[in-house]
Design a protein around this ligand. Structure first.
Ligand code: PDD
Length: 281
Protein backbone atom coordinates (compact mmCIF):
# COMPACT_ATOMS: atom_id res chain seq x y z
CA UNK A 1 0.00 0.00 0.00
CA UNK A 2 1.13 3.53 -0.73
CA UNK A 3 0.62 5.96 2.14
CA UNK A 4 1.06 9.71 2.53
CA UNK A 5 3.28 11.32 5.18
CA UNK A 6 4.10 15.04 5.31
CA UNK A 7 4.15 15.76 1.61
CA UNK A 8 5.40 12.38 0.41
CA UNK A 9 3.80 9.30 -1.09
CA UNK A 10 5.70 6.25 0.19
CA UNK A 11 5.38 2.49 0.50
CA UNK A 12 3.90 1.89 3.97
CA UNK A 13 7.11 0.19 5.13
CA UNK A 14 9.14 3.31 4.40
CA UNK A 15 6.86 5.86 6.07
CA UNK A 16 8.17 7.18 9.38
CA UNK A 17 7.20 9.65 12.11
CA UNK A 18 9.35 10.92 15.02
CA UNK A 19 9.12 9.02 18.32
CA UNK A 20 8.69 12.48 19.94
CA UNK A 21 5.58 13.23 17.90
CA UNK A 22 2.89 14.37 20.34
CA UNK A 23 0.42 12.12 18.61
CA UNK A 24 2.51 9.17 19.75
CA UNK A 25 3.39 10.48 23.24
CA UNK A 26 0.18 12.30 24.20
CA UNK A 27 -2.60 11.40 21.77
CA UNK A 28 -2.32 15.06 20.74
CA UNK A 29 -3.99 14.82 17.38
CA UNK A 30 -7.21 14.56 15.45
CA UNK A 31 -8.44 12.34 12.65
CA UNK A 32 -11.12 11.75 10.05
CA UNK A 33 -12.36 8.60 8.34
CA UNK A 34 -13.93 9.08 4.92
CA UNK A 35 -15.50 6.18 3.08
CA UNK A 36 -14.99 5.34 -0.57
CA UNK A 37 -17.76 3.65 -2.55
CA UNK A 38 -17.25 2.76 -6.19
CA UNK A 39 -14.04 4.81 -6.13
CA UNK A 40 -15.96 7.90 -4.99
CA UNK A 41 -15.32 9.84 -1.76
CA UNK A 42 -18.41 10.10 0.44
CA UNK A 43 -19.11 13.50 2.02
CA UNK A 44 -15.54 14.76 1.71
CA UNK A 45 -16.68 18.34 2.40
CA UNK A 46 -18.39 17.37 5.66
CA UNK A 47 -15.30 15.57 6.93
CA UNK A 48 -13.08 18.52 6.01
CA UNK A 49 -15.37 20.95 7.84
CA UNK A 50 -15.24 18.81 10.99
CA UNK A 51 -11.46 18.44 10.68
CA UNK A 52 -11.11 22.21 10.57
CA UNK A 53 -13.27 22.53 13.65
CA UNK A 54 -11.34 19.85 15.58
CA UNK A 55 -8.04 21.54 14.71
CA UNK A 56 -9.32 24.99 15.69
CA UNK A 57 -10.61 23.69 19.04
CA UNK A 58 -7.10 22.40 19.81
CA UNK A 59 -5.23 25.46 18.48
CA UNK A 60 -3.67 23.46 15.70
CA UNK A 61 -2.79 24.60 12.21
CA UNK A 62 -4.43 22.95 9.22
CA UNK A 63 -1.49 21.24 7.52
CA UNK A 64 -2.84 21.55 3.97
CA UNK A 65 -5.59 23.36 2.09
CA UNK A 66 -8.93 21.75 1.24
CA UNK A 67 -8.02 21.27 -2.43
CA UNK A 68 -4.63 19.77 -1.61
CA UNK A 69 -6.21 17.33 0.83
CA UNK A 70 -8.79 16.42 -1.80
CA UNK A 71 -5.97 15.75 -4.29
CA UNK A 72 -4.17 13.54 -1.75
CA UNK A 73 -7.36 11.57 -1.05
CA UNK A 74 -7.94 11.06 -4.79
CA UNK A 75 -4.34 10.10 -5.46
CA UNK A 76 -4.37 7.48 -2.68
CA UNK A 77 -7.63 6.04 -4.02
CA UNK A 78 -6.05 5.88 -7.48
CA UNK A 79 -2.64 4.39 -6.66
CA UNK A 80 -4.08 1.87 -4.21
CA UNK A 81 -6.94 1.01 -6.59
CA UNK A 82 -9.58 1.47 -3.90
CA UNK A 83 -13.02 0.59 -5.16
CA UNK A 84 -14.68 0.34 -1.73
CA UNK A 85 -12.93 1.20 1.49
CA UNK A 86 -11.85 3.93 3.86
CA UNK A 87 -9.34 6.74 3.92
CA UNK A 88 -7.83 7.54 7.29
CA UNK A 89 -6.43 11.05 7.81
CA UNK A 90 -4.56 12.06 10.94
CA UNK A 91 -3.07 15.37 12.00
CA UNK A 92 -0.91 15.45 15.12
CA UNK A 93 0.83 18.42 16.68
CA UNK A 94 4.26 17.13 15.70
CA UNK A 95 7.15 17.79 18.05
CA UNK A 96 10.08 20.06 18.73
CA UNK A 97 12.23 17.03 19.50
CA UNK A 98 11.50 16.54 23.19
CA UNK A 99 8.70 15.62 25.56
CA UNK A 100 6.88 18.49 27.26
CA UNK A 101 3.28 18.96 28.44
CA UNK A 102 3.09 22.50 27.09
CA UNK A 103 2.45 22.77 23.35
CA UNK A 104 5.55 23.51 21.28
CA UNK A 105 5.75 26.83 19.43
CA UNK A 106 3.42 26.55 16.42
CA UNK A 107 5.66 28.93 14.46
CA UNK A 108 8.53 26.45 14.49
CA UNK A 109 6.73 23.11 14.86
CA UNK A 110 4.95 21.65 11.87
CA UNK A 111 2.00 19.30 12.39
CA UNK A 112 2.35 15.72 11.17
CA UNK A 113 -0.06 14.75 8.41
CA UNK A 114 -0.62 11.07 7.68
CA UNK A 115 -3.13 9.45 5.34
CA UNK A 116 -3.63 5.83 4.39
CA UNK A 117 -6.29 3.73 2.72
CA UNK A 118 -8.05 0.58 3.86
CA UNK A 119 -9.53 -1.53 1.08
CA UNK A 120 -12.89 -3.04 2.08
CA UNK A 121 -14.42 -4.80 -0.92
CA UNK A 122 -18.21 -4.91 -0.63
CA UNK A 123 -18.23 -2.35 2.22
CA UNK A 124 -21.80 -1.33 1.37
CA UNK A 125 -23.03 -4.94 1.24
CA UNK A 126 -22.04 -6.01 4.73
CA UNK A 127 -24.08 -9.10 5.72
CA UNK A 128 -24.41 -7.59 9.23
CA UNK A 129 -26.84 -5.04 7.78
CA UNK A 130 -29.25 -7.97 7.26
CA UNK A 131 -28.87 -9.46 10.74
CA UNK A 132 -28.18 -6.38 12.86
CA UNK A 133 -25.87 -5.59 15.76
CA UNK A 134 -26.05 -6.87 19.31
CA UNK A 135 -25.17 -4.13 21.78
CA UNK A 136 -24.02 -4.11 25.39
CA UNK A 137 -24.24 -0.93 27.46
CA UNK A 138 -21.21 0.37 29.31
CA UNK A 139 -20.50 3.46 31.33
CA UNK A 140 -19.17 6.46 29.39
CA UNK A 141 -16.02 7.55 31.20
CA UNK A 142 -14.42 9.50 28.32
CA UNK A 143 -13.26 13.10 28.64
CA UNK A 144 -15.66 16.02 28.19
CA UNK A 145 -14.79 17.10 24.65
CA UNK A 146 -16.14 14.23 22.58
CA UNK A 147 -17.12 16.71 19.89
CA UNK A 148 -13.42 16.93 18.97
CA UNK A 149 -12.38 13.90 16.93
CA UNK A 150 -9.14 13.16 18.77
CA UNK A 151 -6.98 10.06 18.41
CA UNK A 152 -7.48 9.44 22.13
CA UNK A 153 -9.29 6.16 21.48
CA UNK A 154 -8.28 3.94 24.38
CA UNK A 155 -11.68 3.85 26.08
CA UNK A 156 -13.62 3.21 22.86
CA UNK A 157 -11.15 0.37 22.17
CA UNK A 158 -11.76 -1.02 25.65
CA UNK A 159 -15.47 -0.67 24.96
CA UNK A 160 -15.16 -2.86 21.86
CA UNK A 161 -13.33 -5.45 23.96
CA UNK A 162 -16.03 -5.33 26.66
CA UNK A 163 -18.58 -5.89 23.88
CA UNK A 164 -16.61 -8.90 22.61
CA UNK A 165 -16.40 -10.34 26.08
CA UNK A 166 -20.17 -9.96 26.45
CA UNK A 167 -20.56 -11.78 23.10
CA UNK A 168 -21.84 -8.57 21.49
CA UNK A 169 -20.87 -6.59 18.39
CA UNK A 170 -20.49 -3.17 19.94
CA UNK A 171 -21.14 -1.07 23.04
CA UNK A 172 -23.38 1.93 23.68
CA UNK A 173 -22.01 4.29 26.28
CA UNK A 174 -24.21 5.67 29.03
CA UNK A 175 -23.67 8.82 31.09
CA UNK A 176 -25.99 10.00 33.90
CA UNK A 177 -28.48 7.36 32.78
CA UNK A 178 -28.62 8.45 29.14
CA UNK A 179 -27.01 6.94 26.04
CA UNK A 180 -24.30 9.17 24.61
CA UNK A 181 -23.17 7.22 21.52
CA UNK A 182 -21.61 3.97 20.32
CA UNK A 183 -17.86 3.33 20.59
CA UNK A 184 -17.39 4.63 17.04
CA UNK A 185 -20.86 5.62 15.86
CA UNK A 186 -23.93 7.67 16.76
CA UNK A 187 -26.89 5.92 18.38
CA UNK A 188 -30.60 6.12 17.48
CA UNK A 189 -33.93 4.61 18.45
CA UNK A 190 -37.17 4.60 16.47
CA UNK A 191 -40.67 4.88 17.95
CA UNK A 192 -43.45 4.81 15.41
CA UNK A 193 -42.47 7.27 12.70
CA UNK A 194 -40.05 9.09 15.00
CA UNK A 195 -36.26 8.90 14.81
CA UNK A 196 -34.78 9.78 18.20
CA UNK A 197 -31.10 10.63 18.74
CA UNK A 198 -29.15 12.64 21.28
CA UNK A 199 -28.82 16.35 20.49
CA UNK A 200 -25.42 17.73 19.49
CA UNK A 201 -23.22 19.01 22.32
CA UNK A 202 -19.70 18.36 23.60
CA UNK A 203 -21.02 14.99 24.91
CA UNK A 204 -20.89 13.32 21.48
CA UNK A 205 -19.13 13.44 18.15
CA UNK A 206 -21.08 15.44 15.58
CA UNK A 207 -21.34 12.64 13.06
CA UNK A 208 -21.15 13.53 9.40
CA UNK A 209 -23.31 10.49 8.63
CA UNK A 210 -25.73 11.61 11.38
CA UNK A 211 -26.26 14.97 9.66
CA UNK A 212 -26.95 13.30 6.30
CA UNK A 213 -29.23 10.61 7.74
CA UNK A 214 -31.35 13.10 9.73
CA UNK A 215 -31.76 15.15 6.56
CA UNK A 216 -32.81 12.07 4.58
CA UNK A 217 -35.18 11.02 7.38
CA UNK A 218 -36.95 14.39 7.25
CA UNK A 219 -37.11 14.27 3.45
CA UNK A 220 -38.70 10.81 3.73
CA UNK A 221 -41.42 12.28 6.01
CA UNK A 222 -40.04 10.69 9.17
CA UNK A 223 -40.09 12.80 12.33
CA UNK A 224 -36.77 13.62 13.96
CA UNK A 225 -36.48 14.23 17.69
CA UNK A 226 -33.08 15.23 19.07
CA UNK A 227 -33.15 14.33 22.75
CA UNK A 228 -31.67 12.03 25.35
CA UNK A 229 -32.89 8.45 25.75
CA UNK A 230 -32.13 5.69 28.25
CA UNK A 231 -31.17 2.06 27.68
CA UNK A 232 -34.62 1.04 29.00
CA UNK A 233 -36.35 3.25 26.45
CA UNK A 234 -34.09 1.82 23.73
CA UNK A 235 -34.92 -1.76 24.74
CA UNK A 236 -38.63 -1.09 24.34
CA UNK A 237 -38.29 0.98 21.15
CA UNK A 238 -39.61 -0.29 17.81
CA UNK A 239 -36.15 -0.13 16.23
CA UNK A 240 -32.61 0.98 16.93
CA UNK A 241 -29.61 1.70 14.75
CA UNK A 242 -26.21 3.38 14.56
CA UNK A 243 -24.53 5.54 11.92
CA UNK A 244 -20.90 6.18 10.96
CA UNK A 245 -18.77 6.77 7.90
CA UNK A 246 -17.68 3.13 7.89
CA UNK A 247 -20.98 1.43 8.85
CA UNK A 248 -23.37 3.89 7.12
CA UNK A 249 -26.71 3.00 8.76
CA UNK A 250 -26.48 -0.26 10.71
CA UNK A 251 -29.49 -1.77 12.49
CA UNK A 252 -29.33 -2.76 16.17
CA UNK A 253 -31.41 -5.81 17.11
CA UNK A 254 -30.44 -6.49 20.71
CA UNK A 255 -29.45 -4.34 23.71
CA UNK A 256 -28.19 -5.92 26.96
CA UNK A 257 -29.77 -9.22 25.99
CA UNK A 258 -33.23 -7.79 25.19
CA UNK A 259 -34.56 -7.92 21.64
CA UNK A 260 -35.38 -4.56 20.08
CA UNK A 261 -38.74 -4.81 18.31
CA UNK A 262 -39.02 -8.33 16.91
CA UNK A 263 -35.25 -8.83 17.06
CA UNK A 264 -34.69 -8.24 13.34
CA UNK A 265 -33.61 -5.04 11.53
CA UNK A 266 -36.47 -2.55 11.47
CA UNK A 267 -38.02 -1.08 8.31
CA UNK A 268 -37.01 2.52 8.98
CA UNK A 269 -33.38 1.66 9.65
CA UNK A 270 -33.35 -0.45 6.49
CA UNK A 271 -34.98 2.36 4.48
CA UNK A 272 -32.53 4.98 5.78
CA UNK A 273 -29.61 2.71 4.92
CA UNK A 274 -31.00 2.26 1.41
CA UNK A 275 -31.51 6.02 0.94
CA UNK A 276 -28.05 6.85 2.34
CA UNK A 277 -26.32 4.42 -0.02
CA UNK A 278 -28.39 5.51 -3.02
CA UNK A 279 -27.64 9.16 -2.36
CA UNK A 280 -23.94 8.42 -1.84
CA UNK A 281 -23.45 6.51 -5.08
N1 PDD B 1 -15.93 6.87 13.94
N2 PDD B 1 -19.19 8.79 17.34
C1 PDD B 1 -17.92 8.37 17.51
C2 PDD B 1 -17.38 8.25 18.89
C3 PDD B 1 -17.13 8.04 16.38
O1 PDD B 1 -15.86 7.64 16.55
C4 PDD B 1 -17.70 8.15 15.08
C5 PDD B 1 -16.90 7.86 13.83
C6 PDD B 1 -19.03 8.59 14.97
C7 PDD B 1 -19.70 8.75 13.63
O2 PDD B 1 -19.21 9.87 12.91
P1 PDD B 1 -19.20 9.90 11.31
O3 PDD B 1 -20.60 9.64 10.88
O4 PDD B 1 -18.75 11.24 10.99
O5 PDD B 1 -18.27 8.80 10.86
C8 PDD B 1 -19.73 8.91 16.11
C9 PDD B 1 -15.07 6.59 12.79
C10 PDD B 1 -15.80 6.00 11.66
C11 PDD B 1 -13.90 5.76 13.26
O6 PDD B 1 -13.39 6.07 14.33
O7 PDD B 1 -13.48 4.84 12.56
Amino acid sequence: RTVYVNGQYLPETEATVSIFDRGFLMADGVYEVTSVLGGKLIDFGGHQARLERSLAELDMKKPAAFDDLLDIHRELVRVNEIEDGLIYLQVTRGSDGDRDFAFPDPETTEPTLVLFTQSKPGLANSPVAKTGLRIVSIEDIRWGRRDIKTVQLLYPSMGKMMAKKADCDDAWMVEDGFVTEGTSNNAYIVKGNKIITRALSSDILHGITRAAVLRFAREAQMEVEERNFTIDEAKSADEAFVTSASAFVMPVVEIDGASVGDGTPGPRAARLREIYLEESL
